[in-house]
Ligand binder design. Structure first.
Ligand SMILES: *Cc1c(COP(=O)(O)O)cnc(C)c1O
Length: 566
């Protein structure tokens, strides 16, 4: 059905992929990374094909009610406007039912015209029961039974769909997080069947092991799916493989991370520190690290794209050449930033009546709302914040982010941020933008003056929004965790909160971190912004030249190609 299915050797499996800003097929950083990875694979002509689920109702559409409480609605979107039905069907077995699957196709076209196809699996077919038809509706929705069935569709259904589509030359299966780990069971079955045996042998395991690659994305326990074995038995049926400790070690639950690690010859974390933390968590395994990146052409604002086109014409083909940003005139950098900033503030003021001022120092904070990310750290001592804004230089802050529908603490945090923000007027202007998505992220990571990140170490595996900001010349003020340990050069690319070298497992002190945050704002950042524009713009140029040139998915995918794929 397509001419390139025989030369594709790498398959990439991800529960979420941010394929297109108008397709709600992602929830957050994991999906954005998957999309950026595929876009860079297409640019560099990596022979890849990708598998995900359709997510007919997306993750959710976030609104805030009159009490500032997050409420969720299904996202309404018209898949047919973006996707074509391949006409190809396959099926998986769930609780002894045959559940039929179809695949929709999206072509990701690279800079040179090379195409990486993404196939989105969908169970909404009239042959299926009403319950089965809804299996590919809601990303990270439902209970653990629903989630496990989705993972059957992604992992087992994904392999079967690739076969049905004629992808017979694939020799690497990359699991982006553990959600797709059941693909290893399907590969084992294939291996045994092709040898004409009804049972698995150690050779089958070795053969599959040589084909699989696994990337772990979080040290936070909730990020590692586990399912009770009776649920697994019920959904998949009894299998001899459950007795094979080489495959199913190490717990009395099916832990998708262990399954993926047991069956992969290459395992990595997503930043150097995250590699260390993961080796600590999973001491029996050999775990490397490849630091995340972002897709430069997707995240550079139109204003900076025009500037780069003039000064560094091949920046899209060769992201390393962004190092030459140091030769762009400071005036032009300042001017491009001011235009991006005005575009952001105009949009927020129009939509929210926020009264943001384009001459005021603007801080951005946007990410999934999870407790360890501490979105409210900057509000730890509101009187200090008020004083700094009044006495040192005016501050305004823009927040955005969604809490998982079941995360009550996260919803309380959103409510608290909105209410505290209101109480800070008129000393500090605060806006909370609902429904954080790719488009808002593009606007925010190009339009603020400082990107703030305050996670509790060592829980931030990488973080990528600060990389988007760096590409647009926006320095970060961040806790030394994740990518920022690698990206921060104090006063050159941005600023660090807290002391260096937080050792693994050490809990952090909110008060100390908040004090350090205020001190950096008061003593370095705000005085530089208002009194020494030349110096601030010099830091902006370094953010692009040192961090934009490195923390991109072009460099990242080259490392995957060398270390994991070929
Ligand atoms: C980049 C991005 C994220 C991830 O940002 P982090 O800094 O890794 O938290 C999440 N959601 C959206 C919409 C993004 O664009």
């Amino acid at each position: 059905m397509n001419s390139n299915n025989l030369d594709r050797s790498v398959s990439y499996f991800s529960m979420e992929i941010a394929i297109h800003p108008e397709m709600p097929t992602y929830a957050g950083g994991l999906g954005i990374l998957a999309g950026d990875t595929i876009r860079s694979a297409a640019d560099l002509q990596v022979p890849m094909v990708a598998i995900t689920l359709l997510h007919r109702e997306g993750y959710f559409y976030q609104t805030l009610d009159a009490t500032d409480w997050q409420t969720e609605e299904p996202v309404h979107w018209v898949g047919k406007n973006f996707l074509t039905d391949t006409g190809v069907r396959t099926h998986v077995s769930i609780e002894n039912r045959s559940v039929k699957l179809r695949a929709w196709k999206y072509d990701v076209v690279g800079e040179g015209g090379f195409v990486v196809q993404v196939f989105l699996l969908d169970t909404d077919l009239p042959e299926n029961s009403d319950w089965d038809r809804k299996l590919t509706n809601r990303l990270y929705g439902g209970d653990e039974h629903y989630r496990f069935c989705q993972e059957v569709v992604l992992g087992i259904g994904g392999i079967r769909m690739l076969r049905a589509l004629g992808y017979d030359a694939i020799h690497k299966f990359h699991m982006n997080e553990g959600h797709s780990a059941l693909l290893t069971l399907e590969l084992l079955d294939e291996q045994a069947t092709s040898s004409g045996r009804p049972t698995l042998t150690l050779e089958d395991i070795e053969a599959v092991h040589a084909k699989c690659v696994f990337t772990t994305h979080t040290p936070v326990p909730a990020g590692h799916d586990q399912f009770p074995l009776d649920l697994v038995n019920r959904v998949l049926g009894r299998r001899d493989v459950y007795e094979m400790k080489e495959v199913f070690c190490c717990e009395d639950k099916l832990n998708m991370t262990f399954l993926a690690m047991n069956m992969s010859h290459y395992i990595n974390g997503v930043a150097k520190r995250h590699g260390e933390v993961s080796r600590h968590m999973f001491a029996r395994y050999k775990i490397d690290s490849i630091t995340n990146g972002v897709h430069a052409a997707t995240w550079v604002s139109q204003e900076f794209a025009e500037l780069f086109d003039r000064y560094i014409p091949d920046w899209k083909q060769d992201n390393f050449s962004l190092r030459y940003a140091l030769s762009i005139s400071k005036n032009e950098v300042a001017h491009a930033h001011q235009k991006s900033k005005r575009r952001l503030l105009k949009s927020v003021n129009q939509n929210m009546n926020a009264g943001l001022d384009s001459n005021v120092f603007t801080i951005g904070f946007a990410r999934r709302v999870a407790m360890y990310k501490r979105a409210d750290l900057i509000f730890n001592d509101v009187e200090q914040l008020r004083r700094i804004s009044r006495d040192i230089g005016r501050i305004q802050i823009i927040f955005s982010g969604k809490a998982h529908p079941k995360d009550i603490d996260g919803k309380k945090m959103i409510q608290q941020i909105i209410r505290t923000g209101r109480s800070l007027a008129p000393d500090v202007t605060v806006a909370f933008l609902p429904n954080y998505d790719m488009e808002l992220a593009q606007l925010l990571t190009a339009g603020v003056d400082l990107w703030l990140n305050t996670p509790e170490p060592p829980q931030e595996a990488s973080g990528t929004s600060g990389m988007k900001a760096a590409l647009n010349g926006i320095p970060s003020l961040s806790i030394l965790d994740g990518w920022w340990i690698e990206g921060c050069i104090e006063n050159i690319t941005g600023w660090a909160i807290g002391s260096d070298g937080v050792s693994i497992g050490q809990s952090n002190n909110h008060q100390t971190d908040a004090d350090s945050l205020y001190a950096k704002l008061e003593q370095s950042i705000i005085p530089t912004f208002y009194n020494d524009q030349d110096c601030y713009v010099e830091i902006m140029r370094h953010a692009i030249a040192l961090n934009g040139s490195f923390f991109n998915t072009q460099r990242m995918i080259q490392q995957y190609v060398l270390k994991a794929y070929f």
